[in-house]
Write a protein that binds this ligand. Sequence first.
Ligand code: FES
Length: 157
Amino acid sequence: MCPSKSELEALTEKSTGQKRALIQVLQDIQDRIHWLPAEALEHVARTLGVPLAQVYGVATFYKFFSLEPRGRHVCTVCLGTACHVRGGQALLEHFERKLGIAAGRTTPDGKFTLERVNCLGACALAPLAVVDGRYYGRMSEAKADSVLAGVREDGDP
Ligand code: FES
């Protein structure tokens, strides 16, 4: 989904000419539509008065920004060493089966994105998964099913 011109204007107008607001504005747009399309980056560059190359530089530097469409719900499975030895790979494969997508992909309905990372900094909780920003330590396949069912029942279309 790409934002309309009026949506972009609403998200950026309070920061017109404020180069220092760049990260916050990009965050606001990503919070709204879950990714940063090229049109949005160009609009931000014009509105804030920041060179487009600098906007792309920031958007690609920080891992939490995505230049690809993402689902409304993001599932992240850790495959760092601690999580890997405690079943992280099997957990990731379980998410792939349940969502019907490979890691790094988004479901065709735009509902879920599945990602893998190398260590989330909470190794004592291995294996670890994060769903919509919430950490689930000692994650099991049964727990993953329960979390995904909860997300699906959340009234999301
Ligand atoms: S290896 Fe998974 S949190 Fe560190």
